[in-house]
Design a protein around this ligand. Structure first.
Ligand SMILES: NC(=O)C1=CN([C@@H]2O[C@H](COP(=O)(O)OP(=O)(O)OC[C@H]3O[C@@H](n4cnc5c(N)ncnc54)[C@H](O)[C@@H]3O)[C@@H](O)[C@H]2O)C=CC1
Ligand SMILES: O=C1[C@@H](O)[C@H](O)[C@@H](O)[C@H](O)[C@H]1O
Length: 339
């Protein structure tokens, strides 16, 4: 524990999500303190550390993880930097909350899976925060309850107002649709077996060369079909919807967020501007669950297996996107360690 008490957390990557998690750990969640922040952008990182008593800025994740006041690590650097930070944390037997994706491809995710198994106990929770969202949790409870029968199809819509300038066509799959890969596996409690990607004529609002929007189709072990509309530049706001078509009913989520106001002869709701607002409660619940479990010496929530399975689907999805054909997902057999 850090000298001032509470779990001492090093936050790696202090951009949009990292800074939001720092705020959350500092002001919203009890039982943890941010004792280290790490970023390759030294000035911004130093300025952030100076806002919090007892917090040190580092340029290298290794140096932060070696500090005496660091008990746990929250990784919020870009996906390609996750593997090195995860392997370092596992080498030091430190608990980790790693933002999605675990890693961007299956081979690197498998290396993390092997490292955690070598350690002999689970240490990593993956930041698939939709599992902590109230609406998704209600949908999961309804599907698990069985009264609607088997889920035959899922329809997902995932719309962002715009994407950062460095966002690529491939990232629509392995950075955005990775959320639908995880919630599909979680809601239906089964693996995704194949992926197909269809591309309409791109929106004139999409950057030159980016194929946006796209329609992604998953097939699952039980023969359910799942479609995902991913739209990175819809322009008008942030919307995430899901609908499960079951044998004895249909259930949808995504419309209930925010107040629906009737006034001045009009009625209507508000569209949230971004994921920071839409999933604020889910991020809070996710980080609180991680801090509480870590303080109890436990690991809960989405596992490295979930991160690896999503990475394997991402890999198939990126190939399906490039090659314009259906691609089967290749998964290793699930180790007993992750049953
Ligand atoms: N759960 C969710 O809804 C969301 C998750 N994310 C995930 O969070 C992570 C970060 O995304 P953003 O905050 O949007 O990116 P960002 O670009 O705003 O921030 C990333 C930060 O990491 C720093 N960085 C880069 N390489 C580093 C390294 N090797 N070591 C330490 N710092 C490094 C950058 O300088 C930058 O400050 C990604 O994995 C992304 O997929 C992002 C948005 C929403
Ligand atoms: O994780 C997230 C971003 O990284 C991703 O780029 C967005 O498309 C998602 O909506 C958001 O939740």
């Amino acid at each position: 524990m850090s000298p001032q008490g509470g779990l001492g957390v090093a936050v790696i990557g202090t951009g949009k999500m990292g800074a939001d998690h720092v705020r959350r750990l500092h002001h919203v969640i009890s039982g943890a303190r941010v004792t280290a922040v790490v970023d390759i952008e030294a000035e911004r990182c130093k300025a952030l550390a100076e806002e919090m008593e007892g917090c040190t800025a580092y340029a290298e994740p290794e140096a932060a993880m070696a500090a005496d006041d660091v008990d746990a690590v929250l990784i919020a650097s870009p996906g390609p930097a996750h593997e090195a930070a995860l392997l370092e944390a596992l080498g030091r037997d430190l608990p980790v909350l790693c933002e999605k994706p675990l890693t961007p491809d299956a081979a690197s995710a498998l290396r993390v899976l092997e490292a955690e198994q070598r350690l002999g106990h689970r240490r990593v929770q993956v930041g698939f925060m939709r599992r902590y969202d109230t609406e998704y949790a209600k949908l999961k409870r309804l599907l698990d309850g069985g009264e609607l029968g088997r889920a035959l199809m899922l329809h997902h819509r995932h719309r962002n107002p715009s994407m950062p300038s460095w966002f690529t066509t491939e990232m629509l799959i392995n950075d955005s649709v990775v959320h639908e890969m995880d919630v599909t596996r979680w809601l239906l409690d089964q693996e995704i077996t194949a992926v197909t990607v269809l591309k309409p004529t791109p929106s004139s609002l999409a950057p030159e060369g980016m194929s946006d929007p796209q329609l992604v189709l998953f097939e699952t072990e039980s023969g359910a079909l799942v479609d995902v509309e991913i739209f990175g530049h819809c322009g008008y706001g942030y919307q995430v919807w899901a609908e499960a078509v079951c044998e004895r009913g249909v259930v949808g989520i995504g419309d209930e967020h925010g107040p629906r106001l009737s006034a001045d002869g009009r009625w209507g709701g508000r569209v949230t501007p971004d994921y920071i607002e839409r999933f604020e409660d889910a991020y809070d619940r996710q980080v609180r669950a991680w801090v509480d479990a870590t303080r109890r010496g436990e690991v809960t929530g989405p596992s490295v297996w979930d991160g690896y399975a999503a990475a394997a689907v991402c890999e198939a999805g990126v190939r399906a996107q490039r090659e314009g054909r259906r691609v089967e997902v290749e998964l290793i057999e699930r180790p007993d360690f992750y049953q």
